[in-house]
Design a protein around this ligand. Structure first.
Ligand SMILES: [Zn+2]
Length: 150
């Protein structure tokens, strides 16, 4: 079994393995999956939560548990039929440019390119608009917030 496996049975085995690296890798795999491919994991949410609730995945500059938490959020969002953009706020690794390349959002505007800059992005699926702040602290992060109506 490889950490790149993305079939539900493999992901479930990885997520409940209690092996730090395997849980971490599987969390990233789940976050990258399209919502429909996460659905087979929904019946196993409780088992995954139980197997991981006291797991400390460490992380030097960023708590690796956040990747696991985001993977669980992603499965919950698939269960609840939420738009994919609902997952952006609260997780710092959605690059607006990559999201645009993948067809998920349209960048409506941005400040001049810099380490620290802002974007305005619109979800192509539901039309929601987000203000995104890009910053740099050992890694580049993006903080997505629902745009305040003007
Ligand atoms: Zn959306």
């Amino acid at each position: 079994m490889t950490a790149d496996a993305t079939d539900p049975a493999s992901l479930l085995a990885e997520l409940t393995s209690r092996d730090h690296h395997r849980v971490w890798a599987a969390s990233h795999a789940v976050i990258r999956l399209p919502a429909a491919s996460r659905l087979p994991l929904v019946p196993h949410l409780a088992a995954i939560q139980q197997a991981t609730e006291d797991l400390d995945l460490g992380g030097a500059f960023y708590p690796n548990n956040d990747h696991l938490r985001q993977a669980l959020r992603a499965v919950e969002a698939a269960r609840d039929g939420l738009c994919a953009c609902a997952l952006y706020p609260g997780y710092l690794f959605y690059n607006p440019k990559k999201e645009q390349e993948s067809g998920a959002v349209t960048i409506l505007s941005s400040s001049p390119p810099d380490w620290n800059m802002t974007y305005s992005c619109q979800c192509r699926a539901c039309g929601a608009v987000y203000d995104v702040e890009q910053g740099e602290y050992h890694y580049t992060w993006w903080d997505w917030k629902p745009a305040t109506p003007t």
